[in-house]
Every structure is written in structure tokens, then in C-alpha cells.
Ligand binder design. Sequence first.
Ligand SMILES: [Zn+2]
Length: 82
Amino acid sequence: MPDHTLHGNNERCPACELRQEAVDRSMILRPKIKCQVCDGTGLLPLSTAEIVRRTCEEARRIYWPQFEARIAVLTTENQTNG
Ligand SMILES: [Zn+2]
């Protein structure tokens, strides 16, 4: 079971997101926000399959050879248009 508090392993709870944003983060002991959806954490855990799917999607997006190929296509389009 992945740790849902790690970046990318959760989504923000839409039920209490505005109340979470209004909390003064400078205090060490913050008032507990009551929420029936996320139990006051402000985070909704993602399933393992969803975490893997999003990670693969991001890896495909930033895969370097394909990134360079996209840049090359954009550069050629700009040169032919301009
Ligand atoms: Zn919530």
C-alpha cells in the first residue's frame, strides 16, 4: 500500500479544499478541519494502479528522445511558417 501523503500519491479533497487553503500554515498546531470525506487530512489516496498509470503517462511525456523529436517538429514548423 503506497503512502498517500507522498507527492503524486493523492488528490486534494474537493470537499474541504477551500477550508484547507484558509488555514494559517504558520502555526505548528493547526486547528483540525472536520471533513467526512477525507477525515480532515485534505488528501484523498489514489489506488496503486492509478499512481502507476499517472507515473507512466508522465514518463512518456518527458521521455527525452520523443521530447527532442517534438521540439524538432515545432522548430521546423516555425521556420517554414516564419
Ligand atoms: Zn476533506
